[in-house]
Every structure is written in structure tokens, then in C-alpha cells.
Design a protein. Structure first.
Length: 233
């Protein structure tokens, strides 16, 4: 009602809202309750903790910081005061980027793994993926190749783009370190940015002349990676 006093008379607003005008005036003149005074003092402490954390702390961490200083307050109360004051912590669940988009027009390569990611020896099955790492200067993209037998990374590459060379560099590193023969390379059925197909859609000419789809056996030559040209892994 106070916000609309310049537009509507108090008596009219009180009648519409079903309250008494005298009750409204009594409420305005009433001193703050002990709970409201305590909330004001607590909010001041919350603002101090939030500012000292460079505005990254949410209610749980603010509560922990206050508790460490000898102040015990409920998390819901802190969350309520922060919400009312517009204080928000930094969330790890950021709106990220889509690193894999399935190409509906491309014919999928055969899935030789069939969700069975168990290998009986080294360099029998490699799995690959791309993820992103948020930084203060933007996103970095990380492509990795992992040996399913040892669970060790055998190849990786990081760049500030999602172009083909990002994944090819990771595959080249893996091939250069392991020199495999007959390895199965498995990755998502998807594509990146300007890339029209993913590794499972990728059909490439091996150095021995055989046409190979990623997901099928490949030779241990570096040319296998380069043969993809503008494709992805």
C-alpha cells in the first residue's frame, strides 16, 4: 500500500484489500520486531562474508563461514535473507556448451563395443570424448583418448576451439605413444561446430588401403589420424 499511496487513497486500498486503514497506519508506526532486527544484523554479516568471497559463496558456504566464526544460523534462514537481498553464489553448474551434436543425415558407423567397455589387454579398446573447462578468459576444450584396459589417458589435446585438429591431435598423441595394431577406437555419435560428422561416422582410408570406420579396427600409423582430413574424433 505504501508504494501506491501517491496513486490511490489509503482508504480505497484498505477497502479493496479488506483491511482497516487504522491497522495500516499502526503497522507503519510500529517499531521493528526483535526478529526483524536480528535479521538485519545477520544480513550485514552475510553481506560481509559474501563480499569477502568475491561473491562466490552461496548459502551453504556462508553458513559454514559464519559457523567458523562462532555464529550458528539455519541454512534456510540465510538462504531466505540472501534471496531477499539479491545475493547469489557462483554455481558449478554453468550453462555450458554442447560438445557433441548428432548428425541425423549421416549414416552411423557400426558400434563394435555395444556398451561393453571391458578390454582384456592394452591397446584393444580406446574410448574418446571431448569436454570443456570454464576459465576466466572463456572456455577451453579438452579432447582425450583413454585405454579401456588400464584406464589411463594415452592421448589428449587442449585448445580454445573445437576444430578438427583438436581431436586429431589427441588421436595422434595416442598413436604416437602406443603404436597400436587392431585397436578399436570408440567415441560418441556426434559432430562439432563446423564438422559434419563424428568419429563414429568417420570413414577413412588406412595406410594399407582398407576403408575403416572409427569403431572398427585401425592400424597403428599416424596417417590414420591425418587421413580424416576435416573430420572429427
Amino acid at each position: 500500500m505504501s508504494a501506491h499511496q501517491a496513486i490511490f487513497p489509503v482508504a480505497v486500498m484498505a477497502r479493496v484489500l479488506g483491511v482497516s486503514a487504522s491497522g495500516f497506519h499502526a503497522w507503519r508506526c510500529r517499531p521493528p520486531s526483535a526478529h526483524a532486527i536480528a535479521d538485519t544484523a545477520l544480513l550485514k554479516q552475510i553481506r560481509t562474508v559474501h563480499a569477502s568471497s568475491r561473491e562466490t559463496y552461496g548459502a551453504p558456504r556462508v553458513q559454514a563461514a559464519l559457523k567458523a566464526g562462532g555464529e550458528k544460523h539455519g541454512r534456510k534462514r540465510i538462504a531466505r535473507l540472501m534471496r531477499a537481498a539479491g545475493l547469489v553464489g557462483a554455481s558449478r553448474r554453468r550453462c555450458g556448451v554442447t560438445t557433441t551434436r548428432r548428425d541425423k543425415e549421416a549414416r552411423p558407423a557400426p558400434d563394435l563395443v555395444d556398451r561393453n567397455f571391458v578390454a582384456s589387454r592394452p591397446n584393444q579398446l580406446w574410448v574418446a570424448d571431448i569436454t570443456f573447462v570454464p576459465t576466466a578468459s572463456g572456455f577451453l576444450y579438452l579432447a582425450v583418448v583413454l585405454d579401456a584396459w588400464s584406464r589411463k589417458l594415452v592421448g589428449w589435446s587442449m585448445a580454445n576451439h573445437r576444430r578438427t585438429e583438436l581431436v586429431l591431435d589427441a588421436l595422434e598423441m595416442a598413436i604416437g605413444q602406443r603404436r597400436p595394431h587392431g585397436v578399436i577406437h570408440h567415441s560418441d555419435q556426434g559432430s562439432q561446430g563446423g564438422i559434419n560428422w563424428s568419429s563414429q561416422h568417420n570413414r577413412e582410408e588406412c595406410c594399407d588401403g582398407r576403408e575403416t570406420a572409427v569403431g572398427s579396427s585401425v592400424t597403428g600409423q599416424v596417417e590414420v589420424a591425418r587421413a580424416a582430413g576435416d573430420g572429427a574424433t
